[in-house]
Design a protein around this ligand. Sequence first.
Ligand SMILES: [Zn+2]
Ligand SMILES: [Zn+2]
Length: 243
Amino acid sequence: MKFLPTSTTWGSLLELLYPRQCVECGAEAGAEFRYLCWDCASHIHVLQAPMCSLCGEPVEGRVDDAFVCHLCLDVGRHFDCARSAARFDGGLRTAVLAFKYNSGTWLAGDLAGLMNSCFDTHFDASAVDLVVPVPLHPTRQRERGYNQAQLLARDIARRLGKRCLSDALARTRQTETQTHLTASARASNVRNAFAAVRPARYQGKRLLLIDDVMTTGATVSEASRALKEAGAASVIVLTVARG
Ligand SMILES: [Zn+2]
Ligand SMILES: [Zn+2]
């Protein structure tokens, strides 16, 4: 029995495989994050009020009442509320890109930790029944080997003590990259890109939809539409970064 590794041994093994170095600058990681140093972590631009009460996009200056931003009014939203932990820049941008495109699955815990703090600030776990990730198209998931949103959703679900329904939605067509598209072009780019899968499992349920980065919100809004048309009672959205 004495050869069974303890959790400390597992921790050391993990650190041998994935040294606790900052993903941004290579310095030794701090205490708060496994793969961000104290300095880079202190530069994470956490999103704070005042913000659009619907999509969570911060605004400059003083705002006294709850308000909805122009983008939400212009394009319309199918989610009930969306929040993101931090701005997509600096060390967080590096971490998200490594997580998403460079097999950096070991970063899931750090990113989910940030999302969990954001969840606690804006949402209530008693108002969530199931956690659902935004799906990738099967071709893209095969190329990448994993769905980054699913890894985050599983971690968040575990922290909240909820069930993660990884296949609530399927991506029915490949959408072109949205990077250079305007808000309205993004909305039409993702229109009808999602289909509900066995919706009886979540009819009448309150869902927490998880993605990595939200920019104009076109993708999460379209995914929310598919979930609601399939019978979800409500959809709130949580992403780690806001582009
Ligand atoms: Zn650093
Ligand atoms: Zn808004």
